[in-house]
Design a protein around this ligand. Structure first.
Ligand SMILES: [Zn+2]
Length: 143
């Protein structure tokens, strides 16, 4: 049986995302200023990460912003070798879940740590960054 004929294209694919952030704009503005904050429900005091405009605990839409600690312990991670189309052209990377001191879990890239060196329980720190497009984001680095 012969292979079915295939056309190969070497064109680049540009993906553009517009993500609405009106209710969490403060989070992104704070991150741009180097601060790591999240939402705290004004009614029941529930603190969530990522920030949520509507409390998953009591459904209140009233909230304030609180500063988060940056220290975290690595809970688990995955080494992404086959990158999705939106990250085509980017070297393999490590995505980690870290637990902050207050128990909140944060999902972020782990930078500067080779996958074979990453170990659950290791100390990490959250750092604010700015992408080439000017968008703020956060990563873990080894502490
Ligand atoms: Zn609440």
């Amino acid at each position: 049986m012969s292979e079915s004929p295939t056309l190969h294209s070497r064109r680049s694919l540009t993906l553009k995302f517009d993500i609405p952030i009106s209710k969490t704009k403060e989070f992104w503005d704070s991150l741009r200023a180097g601060r790591f904050v999240t939402s705290k429900c004004s009614k029941c005091g529930n603190v969530t990460f990522p920030p949520q405009a509507d409390c998953p605990n009591c459904m209140s839409g009233e909230f304030s912003w609180v500063e988060l600690g940056r220290d975290a312990k690595l809970v688990t991670f995955t080494h992404v070798r086959v990158t999705p189309a939106s990250f085509a052209g980017i070297d393999p990377y490590v995505i980690a879940i870290g637990e902050l001191k207050d128990g909140l879990k944060v999902l972020a890239w782990l930078e500067g740590v080779a996958p074979e060196k990453a170990k659950p329980g290791m100390n990490m720190r959250v750092e604010a960054r700015t992408s080439a497009e000017g968008n703020p984001y956060y990563v873990f680095v080894a502490a």
